[in-house]
Design a protein around this ligand. Structure first.
Ligand SMILES: Nc1nc2c(ncn2[C@@H]2O[C@H](COP(=O)(O)OP(=O)(O)O)[C@@H](O)[C@H]2O)c(=O)[nH]1
Ligand SMILES: [Mg+2]
Length: 330
């Protein structure tokens, strides 16, 4: 493995386990974040996302940009197999210093995948990867959260996509900034493009695309017809992806997405830390134990108990703001 990749990989593994040393390292890197363009590749299993990622990496490298790939497959019981498969597919990049690839399964991640992916994106960003591609399965809330990390979401579908769309969460179409009909080398791709589009054609990168204008803003969601396997349409797709980046950058949407991700990331970490510390305190704190006993014996309901805890925290904060510690003031 390349030396830099080894440092990145090591740090991501530490963060996956919420290792304090890794967290300290990330704290020091945080100021270097905020430059990378994060592309989310989502869509049903078997749509060809991993193949598409490989094709995108090839084209983005041809254009001279460095790339990090994070492949997420939390739901599949065959994750390990999928990871091996994806790795095999990605070995063509093993000699390229400009490409970093890492797969994730839910098994390795304590505290959920979204925080781990957030951290991994930050690590790659801080290490200077210009483009970060996150491949997700697109099923379930966690998947939707991961898709929200991206600035540009590419929803990958295939001819006859209707059934697989239903298997995914309702409203999945709306998360795509760009729709891809993959496997255009197979019959039915044109029909799928037509089914998806119900607007005027739009022009991006000097090319005309059908458009599924399902977003409220002015970005007409282009539909790209691609064969990830043969490479057809990939160059145009990358052009459109970068046009989307330009579009959102010029309108300050890029900054907005970053800021939202940061605040969500903060709340994730805060929730986790409050929970961890509370659970830790619970083991030793007699007063808290009494409280829990009341709940266990139906003398107090968990809603009222939680409200009381939140009230206590709020009061402590007000006292702290006034320059007195709550303990002194009791
Ligand atoms: N014919 C054809 N097959 C493809 C294309 N892209 C991917 N596949 C095949 O579809 C299957 C699933 O691909 P994969 O990338 O693993 O899908 P993922 O589950 O969405 O990541 C594999 O057998 C690929 O070889 C394509 O453009 N054309
Ligand atoms: Mg895949």
């Amino acid at each position: 493995m390349k030396t830099l990749d080894r440092s990145i990989s090591r740090l991501i593994s530490l963060l996956e386990r919420r290792n304090p040393e890794g967290i300290e390292e990330l704290k020091g890197l945080y100021c270097k974040c905020g430059r990378a363009h994060v592309i989310g590749i989502t869509g049903p299993p078997g749509a060809g996302k991993s193949c598409l990622v490989a094709a995108l990496v090839r084209e983005i490298r041809r254009r001279g940009k460095t790339v990090g790939v994070l492949a997420v497959d939390p739901s599949s019981p065959f994750s390990d197999g999928a990871i091996l498969g994806d790795r095999a597919r990605m070995t063509e990049f093993s000699g390229d210093n400009g490409v970093f690839i890492r797969s994730f399964s839910a098994r390795g991640a304590s505290g959920g995948l979204a925080p781990v992916i957030n951290d991994a994106v930050d690590v790659l960003d801080a290490f200077g990867k210009e483009v970060i591609i996150v491949e997700t399965v697109g099923v379930g809330q966690v998947e939707m959260d991961i898709a929200k990390i991206a600035h540009t979401v590419v929803l990958t579908l295939v001819p006859g996509y209707g059934d697989s769309l239903q298997a995914m969460k309702a409203g999945i179409l709306e998360i795509g900034d760009i729709l891809v009909v993959n496997k255009s080398d197979q019959p039915g791709a044109d029909g799928a493009v037509n089914d998806l589009s119900f607007e005027m054609p739009v022009t991006y990168g000097g090319k005309e695309f059908q458009c599924a204008n399902i977003k409220a803003d002015q970005w007409g969601v282009p539909i790209a017809k691609v064969s990830a396997l043969k490479g057809d349409g990939v160059e145009d797709l990358v052009t459109v992806i970068f046009e989307h980046l330009m579009f959102i950058t010029e309108r300050n949407i890029f900054t907005g997405i970053c800021q939202k991700r940061r605040s969500r990331q903060f709340l994730d970490i805060l929730t986790q830390q409050v929970r961890d510390r509370f659970l830790e305190t619970l083991k030793t704190d007699r007063d808290l134990q009494k409280w829990i006993n009341k709940i266990e014996n139906l003398k107090l309901d968990p809603y009222s108990a939680s409200e009381q805890v939140v009230d206590l925290v709020e009061k402590a904060r007000i006292l702290a703001d006034n320059g007195t510690t709550p303990r002194n003031n009791r």
